[in-house]
Design a protein around this ligand. Structure first.
Ligand code: SF4
Length: 222
């Protein structure tokens, strides 16, 4: 097959050294490898927000870089930025804990400075059937440089049962994005559930669609 082209003519405005470059490189590598393995690339849709990360997948870096350093939902208490010059008062969200409680079936964490793991997680998440979230700790060199902080605290999960909900909950809460602590990387939780379309099919497989429609029409005409 011909090689897929993932480049764009849009100007890249990221700062030199931004963690975004590593995330984008990892993501492109995974898409290329999936295409080589026969996964239809046209089935993959990339949606993002705005700002520095708007050009790639979403991630968490504890600061709004595009708008020059405001507090975010994952900034630690006391974070001083343009919107919180005296320090933020709010406690940060733990996005993995939130998604675990919402029913996500794949949850993982990587960093923008750990390319092999990031590629592995991206691939697993794309191939996972169900809602998957990867928390990518991306370093914003300009407004919130957490490189050293992360480098001293991260470790990879080993001998860990990723199908165990309680274990995932405990491990996800090990670091709360606020207090100091060890920061686990890897897959926290992975399970299988019926997807929406499977569930819908099972639920309605015996339903006579034509009969149902005529029932609705008759009811509306009465
Ligand atoms: S402001 Fe921060 S996140 Fe945005 S491009 Fe620059 S280094 Fe990256």
């Amino acid at each position: 097959m011909s090689e897929i082209n993932l480049n764009t003519c849009a100007e890249n405005t990221w700062c030199p050294g931004c963690g975004n470059f590593a995330i984008l490189t990892a993501f492109k590598a995974v898409l290329k490898s999936l295409a080589e393995e026969g996964v239809p690339i046209e089935n993959i849709v990339l949606v993002s927000g705005i700002g520095c990360h708007g050009k790639i997948v979403d991630y968490i870096n504890g600061v709004y870089g595009l708008t020059t350093g405001q507090c975010t939902p994952t900034s630690p208490q006391g974070y001083k930025g343009r919107s919180t010059p005296k320090g933020s008062l709010e406690y940060p969200l733990n996005p993995l804990e939130m998604m675990l409680s919402c029913g996500a079936t794949y949850l993982a964490r990587g960093t923008s400075h750990g390319m092999p793991l990031l590629k592995q997680l991206f691939k697993e998440a794309i191939l996972h059937k169900g809602f998957a979230l990867i928390d990518v700790l991306q370093v914003c060199f300009v407004y919130y440089n957490m490189y050293e902080y992360y480098a001293k605290r991260v470790y990879e999960l080993k001998d860990y049962d990723m199908a165990d909900f309680s274990a995932a909950h405990n491990k996800i809460r090990e670091w709360d994005y606020n207090q100091d602590g060890k920061i686990a990387l890897g897959t926290f939780y992975k399970t299988t559930k019926e997807s929406f379309d499977e569930y819908f099919k099972i639920k309605h497989e015996r339903m006579d669609r034509g009969l149902k429609i005529s029932q609705i029409l008759n009811r509306d005409m009465q």
